[in-house]
Design a protein around this ligand. Structure first.
Ligand code: AP5
Length: 215
């Protein structure tokens, strides 16, 4: 089962994808996490892309595609894509990778939530630098500043400031949201009210995945 989560920054893509991975065994692939890993490890690519992520702009399509295709090839039991594709060029790149690996997208889940909730959620988000687990007001860590799973240090993303959040929302509306029409002509696209609690949103997503034969 291959699923794409499409939704604005802060709609909960990473949170829900992680729950799908933990409960349904479908691999969570986040291009944002893969790119931030390069930055945290201080690789050449990481140094090159760090200012792009901090500004909220998109990294070059072919750079992201390279990082992504390795992850897709490694996901033998299907994947939940979080953060890719983000524009029509990336949708074409994804379709090429899927053709080459003889796979298809079974379901696109659109997470819908209003802008005020997004700004509030992102301003208080913290993330584990080791395992990328996300925390927030509604999902705090047991011990402040420390990850529940591996005791990794929690950090605040540089792009989680109100001005950069507005820019990211603008990019989402202009470049990513139009992909919903593109996918609706090719596969099943379902909407979810992501303004509800994390548990309710996850249950809804899991129901839609199970409805298509996912575990
Ligand atoms: P990326 O990491 O993909 O960020 P994003 O798409 O902006 O999405 P976010 O991670 O901000 O939000 P989310 O929807 O995952 O929400 P989350 O679950 O964390 O990309 C970052 C940057 O990397 C881009 O700007 C770009 O520079 C680069 N990049 C990445 N992919 C790229 C690509 N394909 N091409 C080019 N560049 C790329 O939740 C947010 C908060 O809300 C958390 O605190 C959480 O606890 C809380 N929360 C979640 N759900 C709920 C709920 N239902 N109720 C209450 N709180 C909730």
């Amino acid at each position: 089962m291959n699923v794409i989560l499409l939704g604005p920054p802060g709609s909960g893509k990473g949170t829900i994808a992680r729950l799908i991975q933990d409960n349904l065994g479908i691999r969570h692939i986040s291009t944002g996490d893969l790119l931030r890993k390069e930055i945290l490890e201080g690789t050449r690519l990481g140094k090159q892309i760090e200012p792009v992520l901090a500004s909220g702009k998109l990294v070059d399509n072919h750079v992201v595609a390279k990082v992504l295709s390795k992850a897709i090839i490694g996901a033998k039991n299907g994947f939940v894509l979080d953060g890719f594709p983000r524009n029509s060029e990336q949708a074409r790149i994804l379709e090429k990778i899927l053709r080459e690996t003889k796979q298809k997208i079974d379901l696109v889940l659109e997470l819908k939530v209003n802008d005020n909730a997004i700004v509030q959620r992102l301003s208080s988000r913290r993330q584990c630098e080791k395992c990328h687990r996300v925390y927030g007001l509604n999902a705090p860590p047991k011990k402040s500043g420390v990850c529940n799973d591996d005791e990794g240090k929690l950090f605040q993303r540089k792009d989680d400031t109100p001005i950069v959040i507005r820019d990211r929302l603008e990019i989402y509306r202009k470049e990513t949201a139009p992909l919903l029409k593109h996918f609706s002509e090719k596969t099943s696209v379902e909407k979810i009210d992501a303004g509800k609690s994390i548990t309710e949103v996850y249950k809804e997503a899991a129901k839609k995945i199970s409805g298509l034969g996912g575990s």
